[in-house]
Ligand binder design. Sequence first.
Ligand SMILES: Cc1ncc(COP(=O)(O)O)c(C=O)c1O
Length: 370
Amino acid sequence: MNHYFDNAATSFPKPKEVSLYMSDYIDKQGGTYGRSAYPRVFEASANVESLREKLASFLGTKNSSQIFFTFNATVGLNTLLFGMDLHDCHILTSPLEHNATMRPLSKLAKEKNITFDYLPHGSDGKIDASKIDSVLKSSTRLIIINHQSNINGVIQPVQKIKAASGRIPVLLDLAQSAGHCDIELDNWDIDFAAFTGHKGLLGPTGTGGIYIKDPDKIEPLIYGGTGSNSDSFEMPSFIPDKYEAGTPNVAGLTGLLGALENRPVPLHTHEDFIELLDNISSIPQLTIFKAKNSNNQGPVFSINHCDYSCSEMAQILYDKYMIETRSGLHCAPLAHKTLGTFPSGTVRFALSVYHAKDDFDYLLSALRSL
Ligand SMILES: Cc1ncc(COP(=O)(O)O)c(C=O)c1O
């Protein structure tokens, strides 16, 4: 049985190849990336480059050379937001943003004369692309969209939003959606994206990255050695070196390659999941927070109980049923304000491909007995 429902924090379990690839790299292969020239290094570097290729196809882009590794989505979002030279302008965000976006944005607002508003949306936070015109300003320079909410699992209609926003660049936060839903960076004409390796992609922590359609538009966040142009104090202007100073997490990236090359077959269907949500919705003591329309529901939802606080409920679920969840604000106070659950938050359940229908039945009977 799988009682781990905290996959939006980090996924568990992982495909066994994650640890196999990592231990193989650590115990036998070794070698740095992109520096020195002997077979051990060539092999380690080739694995990193083949991960870049794999990720490109996962994220729906032909341009693997425009994917750059960071240590998680947070570093990626900081790289993008601070590298764009944003100042004296207006930004729009989704109403379900995570603090990985809101905190850099708040710093920009204080220091660079930036204002921001939220895109028009329904009560579940789904953006209404048909109303975007009403919030666009002549000074709007960027639209930021959390592709899949880490609170109620709403998947945003990115293609429609991009079509309605004209030429304004779109930055996608793929932290929760990568590995869970369809992503088509090229077809949707996305300008910037950040992803993390340890959630839906099932890789190890300490891995992630960004996609930049036009790398001339972003200055690096981190400066340092790249193994190239070493006679100069300046960062190389060519990619990927421009964005990849310092030794990368080669062990972690090798593990992420193991995860992507060995994607498990899901043990449940979307219909099984929606049936679980319907059953939970019918428990009178619970309020459920999910997408209004099951077609844009990702594998995350939240609940509150009429008698217990969310931390009490999470504790009871663990103590009585060994069910692991997370309670509180999940680093997304804006999303909770949008959903009316601020400041106390919710208990969140985040699924993975490793949940079978039996695990859903177990969770349902635990929730019914609360
Ligand atoms: C929507 C969203 N964005 C960004 C992040 C940050 O991801 P990481 O912790 O891997 O940097 C998270 C993590 O929970 C998230 O849910």
